[in-house]
Design a protein around this ligand. Structure first.
Ligand SMILES: O=C(O)CCC(=O)C(=O)O
Length: 260
């Protein structure tokens, strides 16, 4: 799974940067054979060649506009233009990624006690199209939890240069907490007030590179204008004590991944 030495890499400096800036790279971590296996599985899931009950799918909007995405349609047939797949923990290969020893070490350095995941997501940007993701935070009432998670571990399965829609962020914004109580998309007025576009830092990544992303940092990603797919997996780790507050349906319980 790992590049030589990567499993035991010292991540102290990256953790300090993540705490200070809100995003930090720990560099390329995964070997090409493992990345190829994950890319193959991502495509097999989108094409319906591997099926897991309960996997969440959201297809890209035909016009590539975030505002025009449809919600609740799920799997709409074989296509490599799904924007997002969730519940990757149902898949054995992605489960192995979620539970790898390096990610465990990182999660335990940030999160006291037993660790669960809020979500494990494929963010897919099909070649020559796809949807830009606007400035957002991954927290707030929208997430329906009794506390906000703080750690997302993002892995590039393909090279993700700027023209393929790399992640970008506004350094330090995580220290301001939630931009709105609701969370999610940061309202345009706040983006303008805080001059986000001029403070934006792009984080082009190579295949196998891993980023630590604080849930409160303002981040976004552009469309993929390149001729290659851009697939990435993000895993949100949190304390296993985190409770779901939703009342309209039965509260969610979260998959525990690292227990003492
Ligand atoms: O991979 C991307 O394009 C965006 C990732 C992201 O926004 C997230 O993990 O919340």
């Amino acid at each position: 799974m790992f590049l030589p030495g990567a499993r035991d890499r010292d991540v102290g400096a990256a953790l300090a940067r993540y705490q200070a800036e809100g995003v930090a790279s720990i560099g390329p971590v995964f070997a090409e054979t493992w990345l190829a296996a994950l890319r193959e599985r991502a495509d097999d899931l989108m094409l319906g060649r591997v099926v897991h009950e309960g996997l969440f799918f959201q297809h890209d909007a035909p016009n590539g506009r975030y505002e025009d995405l449809t919600h609740g349609e799920g799997y709409v047939g074989p296509s490599l233009a799904y924007r997002k797949l969730e519940k990757l923990e149902k898949d054995d290969r992605f489960r192995a990624l979620i539970e790898n020893e390096l990610f465990e070490r990182i999660a335990r350095a940030v999160i006291p006690g037993d660790v669960a995941i809020y979500r494990a997501v494929l963010f897919n940007k099909a070649a020559g199209g796809s949807t830009a993701i606007p400035w957002h935070q991954d927290a707030g009432r929208f997430w329906g939890l009794d506390r906000d998670p703080v750690l997302q571990v993002w892995t590039a399965l393909d090279d993700a240069p700027k023209d393929a829609g790399c992640v970008s962020y506004v350094p330090g914004t995580h220290r301001g907490g939630r931009a709105t109580p609701l969370g999610g998309v940061v309202p345009a007025a706040l983006v303008e007030r805080d001059d986000a576009v001029n403070r934006e830092v792009h984080v082009p990544a190579v295949a196998g590179e891993v980023l630590l992303i604080h849930n409160h940092v303002w981040h976004r990603s552009g469309p993929n204008t390149s001729s290659r797919p851009r697939r990435a997996v993000t895993i949100c780790y949190m304390s296993a004590e985190t409770r779901c507050l939703r009342t309209k349906r039965a509260p969610r319980s979260f998959v525990r991944v690292f227990e003492r």
